[in-house]
Design a binder for this molecule. Sequence first.
Ligand code: CTP
Ligand code: MG
Length: 338
Amino acid sequence: EPKRSLEPEEHEKLRTQMDDLYQRLLPSDESEGRRAQLVKKLDRLLNTEWPGNDIRVNVFGSSGNLLASSDSDVDICITTPLKKLESMHSIAMLLHKNGMEKVVCRASAKVPIVKCWDPELNLAADLNVNNPLALENTRMIKTYVQLDDRVRPLAKIIKYWTKRRILNDAAFGGTISSYTWICMIINFLQRRDPPILPSLQKKAEERKQPENGKIPQFADNLDELKSFGGANKETLPDLLFQFFRHYGYEFEYSKYVVSVKEGRLLSRQEKGWDPANHYEKEARNRLCVEEPFTLNRNLGNSADDYAWSGIHGEIRRAFELLADGCQLEKCCEEYEFP
Ligand code: CTP
Ligand code: MG
């Protein structure tokens, strides 16, 4: 049976290490400044090339959800009624002509994107056009991060661990995206007893009188919701330890689906992702994480059996290193290819 909890002195040791690491992971003002400059620069480039098309440059992902570090890529969503920009080719050309490097156009991806590197600002960017879902789910993640003071440090430290162990590159590594990890973290916090986070989507449904008659997708009345997790007294070291314990040893992957929308687990049977049903395409996936707004999308499906067993092994490795003398540094040691 894996160790249940930290001893008081271990707890203090881990607390110090987590505080130090979190301070190092906060983005510097200088890097935030460069991010803002990139947005400005793109705004100017696009609106000069195609004036009068109401082109707006929005950030999403970690640049918009309070979970960025100084070296995070900038995720950018351009919104415009000018349909021809959606194919991304003309944007790729424009970036290339204006000094951006490593411009790559993935026009056939599920969401077409252009990747580039800005050598002046030392930033990598991913751009897409007219993808309102990404803006909306980013705003919801940000709201979850703001609800309880424990979410931001916990999520940043776990994200750092996934980066160092190469567990967060759905596109190339066959692993899972940062976004998937974030959903797993939020759902873990929704399922603590007492819960630290509510389901913001359920809170929105519960609200009696929607302003202007339209029910919002998720609740964002921070002032009222801020007290939600107060009854739970777990500390950051407790939560980090329990996160790895939970996903390393407790969670029954063959039975359950992580659902941020419901704020609980769904059975794979009720979701229709039952591993016993060989005709169902999600049935084979080892990890099931429901995208909160597009419920038939399984965010876990970028990891095949092989990738998943690697990830699961890494979660257990992290747990063992914390259980055995709180070795946070070793836990986040850069992965070395054998
Ligand atoms: N996204 C999505 N569906 C996915 C992956 C990503 O909708 N399967 C969108 C989400 O809006 C997410 C954003 O793309 O917030 C960026 O995803 P990702 O880069 O994985 O997360 P970040 O928070 O940006 O983390 P990182 O700092 O590692 O880039
Ligand atoms: Mg990102």
